[in-house]
Design a protein around this ligand. Structure first.
Ligand code: PLP
Length: 420
């Protein structure tokens, strides 16, 4: 308890001191006491190809030879210009402009401001944001507002703004979600629908099919609302395609990306928008300017890392690795099918999850810490979300490493006692 560091999502009163990492490489984090931890959650979903991909590290080194942070409201640089061109070329059709920030939360804040700003600048009274139950969009005030309410944000409730909420499109209940959106849309005033496409990450790796996403997009559009795709987690191959929206044939009006944008090496985020949204802010009237910036906007070193990430996607068989990882996860998660200790085994692209069945529900909150140290003792970095055990490994993970993880899941169920 001598460290002055205040850790994120960490209860200092009960959690043990974290391991000290001295080296990161591929799928592993190496500790100061000589252990290797298999990073099965990609360090909270950022690491895509593996830790310290040589090409991305080299690009960072090279960028530091000539560039550091500079004021992006006044000057520009090649890494940001090139990255923007390349992002527009690979993003879903229609996204023509790239606004840089530095985290997933800021990318979403920017998206919400762009949506509201576009309508305000056009003199159209649309201010309602529609979001899914169970959503997670970040930890700032605005992103908590559009996210699920609960113990994580109860204290800040007085500062959070109201949004219209759609029930999660659970299997067999998809129509209720679509009907609710129709109803909200009919009431009028909807500025935007914000969604995590295909997978609600922090909400427990809850998955819904592309066809539902297609319909949500269609209904929102027909009502004249914008569609914001928060691809902060789902982007960069996690769901099997570069962006999850592709699987639904959805071209959102605004797309947020961060986490895997630099392959997980350094912080960077981008909010992509259509020409229409950009043009709504285009005016000789300066009051219509998009008033947003952060000090480290378009950091050249981070942009260079992201350009190198795009080269990795172009030059290495990343798509084949993702397909193989998806198949390997599907094959393995099937072992929990029909096992009473587990419920709802599911896979979307490279992400696999299964829910532990506990004797009583309150028990799960209690056992979170136990589960984490159980995995850590076995050299596995796994961090369950409530009852959901999930794996979101970097794409360099091997089949043998996956076997270790699945065997540990099986063993973890033994901690739960008899579900019957
Ligand atoms: C992680 C995440 C965010 C927030 O990103 P930060 O970089 O942690 O601010 C936003 N949306 C989704 C879907 C996320 O998974």
């Amino acid at each position: 308890m001598t460290s002055p560091v205040w850790r994120p999502f960490f209860q200092h009163a009960v959690e043990p001191d974290p391991p000290v990492i001295v080296r990161a490489e591929g799928a592993y984090l190496h500790t100061s006491d000589g252990r290797a931890l298999l990073d099965a959650i990609s360090s909270w979903w950022v690491t895509t190809h593996g830790h310290r991909h040589p090409r991305i590290m080299a690009a960072i080194r090279e960028a530091t030879e000539s560039l550091d942070q500079m004021i992006f409201a006044t000057v520009t640089h090649e890494p940001a210009e090139r990255l923007a061109r390349e992002l527009v070329a690979i993003a879903p059709a229609g996204l023509a402009h790239v606004f840089y920030s530095d985290s997933g939360s800021t990318a979403v804040e920017v998206a919400l401001k762009m949506a509201l700003g576009a309508f305000a600048n056009r003199g159209e009274k649309r201010t309602t944001i529609v979001a899914l139950e169970g959503a997670y969009h970040g930890d700032t005030i605005g992103t908590m507002s559009v996210g699920e309410r609960g113990v994580f944000n109860a204290a800040y409730e007085p500062l959070l703004f109201d949004v219209a909420r759609l029930p999660f499109p659970a299997l067999g209940r998809e129509q209720a979600t679509l009907d609710r959106l129709e109803q909200i849309a009919r009431a009028g005033g909807v500025a935007a629908l914000i969604v995590e496409p295909l997978v609600l990450g922090a909400g427990g790796m809850r998955m819904y099919p592309p066809s539902v996403l297609t319909e949500l997009g269609r209904i929102a559009r027909e009502a004249g609302a914008l569609v914001i795709a928060d691809e902060v987690m789902t982007g960069w191959g996690r769901t099997g395609s570069l962006f999850a929206c592709e699987q639904a044939g959805l071209s959102p009006d605004i797309l947020c990306t961060s986490k895997g944008l630099t392959g997980g090496a350094v912080p960077l985020a981008a909010t992509l928008a259509t020409a229409e949204i950009f043009e709504a802010h285009l005016s000789t009237d300066r009051s219509k300017t998009f008033f947003h910036s952060s000090s480290y906007t378009a950091n050249p070193i981070a942009c260079a890392a992201a350009v190198a990430n795009l080269e990795v996607w172009r030059d290495e068989p990343v798509r084949a690795r993702i397909a193989a990882l998806g198949a390997a996860q599907s094959k393995r998660i099937a072992r929990f099918e029909g096992d009473p200790r587990f419920a709802n085994p599911r896979v979307c692209g490279t992400i696999a999850a299964v829910d532990l069945v506990a004797p009583d529900t309150g028990y799960l909150a209690e056992i979170g810490l136990t589960l984490r140290s159980f995995f850590l003792d076995r050299g596995l970095l796994v961090r369950p979300l409530g009852e959901a055990l999930y794996l979101m490994p970097p794409y360099c993970v091997t089949e043998t490493e996956l076997d270790r993880l699945y065997d540990a899941f099986e063993e973890a169920a033994g901690l739960m006692g008899d579900p019957r």
